[in-house]
Design a protein around this ligand. Structure first.
Ligand code: SF4
Ligand code: SF4
Length: 415
């Protein structure tokens, strides 16, 4: 008997037993209630296309392109269908994501550190001249989609580099950690890196920051550019010290950085989100307290939901802060719609997800929103601006720093 013909390598799609357990976890299915926009529907399409039983027609292509790559389906699948590998392969075969020039530009910037830094300075300069709001209003077409999500106000800080030791510690006496400055987050969350470094120093850690931003390769991989993703991972491994824990600020960088460092089950250097690390290593002497009572809404990114331990750690960490009331945000459609470069390549779907965010806050609006993901933060800021709501969005480390007694050990010398 001859083996059935497979054209593109989607054999694993046939492992789906059609149990439907993944459907209610899938943001695009929750939004549309359309089977073709579900993991099960997409797997059936890939399998049929692979066996040459159905051509990849425009409606199939649209449904497959709408996938966010959040992998909520993979996390709950009893048949262990490797959905992430399959959708990456689909992007590789069709090059769908990179048809959008703005996605190509974003992926290019992930490995062009000098050009990215130049762009950062240009945007910070436009912010100083108060011209960024004008650019957001007047930019044409897809460019408007891209600039709509720029942070407001645009950060003027530059991510620090080198080693910083807490005052009073004899350099190597304090526990050393590496803080990974990611490609996009080091530009648009530069203020957050400054806060993260400050918080780690306040808590008594010695912090190593690489001499420029490093990319985990997630954006390139989601865009179907596996060669660039592999090169970026290799560079990340070359430049980060492997003898101490590696901390990522943006939860979206966790899975890829773990894979790059061999920490995804095969040993290797431990990689944590900064929030999970802080939750496990919080010095008991520090009792964070906000000056005034605050109600803060916690947004859990869809990419963090499968990492249940990680998502819960954020809540526990913030739960240490006195005067803080934590308000969970209901799951809603299950995704904010930013999703890496998704907001650039699928702006209509991205908008549909984004426009549901404000309603998810309910009637009693919080004083702040916290989230660990740069894309979610930018999408929230954009929707809050659109609704003329002046609610700040911050990373949990910024909340913690505001709540920490500064009388503890402070930043000392760099070496
Ligand atoms: S990756 Fe996310 S959006 Fe895509 S099918 Fe799975 S759950 Fe749905
Ligand atoms: S949970 Fe897994 S096996 Fe069940 S329908 Fe979804 S992809 Fe198929």
């Amino acid at each position: 008997m001859t083996a059935p013909l497979r054209r593109y390598g989607f054999e694993d799609a046939e492992r789906c037993v059609q149990c439907a357990l993944c459907l209610t976890h899938c943001p695009t299915y929750r939004l549309t209630h359309d089977e073709s926009e579900s993991p099960r529907g997409r797997l059936a399409m890939l399998a049929a296309w692979d066996r040459d039983e159905a051509p990849l027609d425009p409606s199939m292509r649209r449904a497959l392109d709408h996938c966010l790559g959040c992998l909520a389906c993979e996390a709950v699948c009893p048949a262990e269908v490797p959905y992430g590998k399959l959708i990456d392969r689909y992007h590789e075969v069709t090059a769908s994501p990179t048809r959008a020039p703005s996605v190509r530009l974003l992926v290019w910037l992930t490995h062009q550190h000098g050009k990215a830094a130049w762009l950062h300075r240009l945007l910070a300069g436009l912010e100083r001249m108060r011209m960024l709001p004008l650019l957001k209003r007047l930019a044409p077409g897809r460019l408007r989609t891209a600039v709509r999500l720029l942070p407001d106000p645009y950060p003027r800080a530059v991510v620090p580099h080198g080693r910083l030791v807490p005052k009073g510690a004899a350099g190597d006496g304090a526990q050393r950690v590496s803080l990974l400055a990611g490609c996009v987050s080091s530009l648009w969350m530069a203020d957050t890196y400054v806060a993260a470094r400050e918080l780690l120093l306040v808590l008594g850690f010695t912090v190593d920051l690489p001499d420029h931003a490093l990319c985990c390769g997630a954006l390139a991989r989601h865009a179907g550019d596996s060669r660039t993703a592999q090169a970026l991972r290799a560079e990340l491994l070359r430049r980060l010290p492997v003898s101490q824990p590696i901390l990522v600020l943006d939860s979206g960088c966790l899975a890829e950085t773990r894979a790059a460092c061999g920490a995804d089950g095969s040993g290797g250097t431990p990689v944590y989100t900064l929030t999970t690390f802080l939750e496990a290593h919080w010095p008991p002497a520090f009792e964070p307290a906000l000056r005034q009572p605050e109600r803060i809404a916690l947004h859990v990114p869809c990419t963090q939901r499968p990492e249940i331990h990680d998502a819960q750690a954020v809540g526990r960490l913030l739960g240490r802060i006195q005067n803080l009331t934590l308000q969970p945000i209901p799951i809603g459609h299950g995704c904010c719609g930013a999703a890496g470069s998704y907001f650039l390549r699928e702006p209509t779907m991205s908008d549909a997800f984004g426009s549901a965010l404000i309603a998810s806050l309910g009637a009693s609006l919080p004083e702040r929103i916290v989230t660990t993901n740069i894309g979610c933060r930018l999408q929230w800021q954009s929707e809050l601006r659109r609704s003329r709501l002046g609610i700040p969005v911050e990373h949990p480390v910024e909340t913690l720093l505001r709540a920490c007694p500064r009388a503890g050990p402070r930043e000392g010398t760099g070496s």
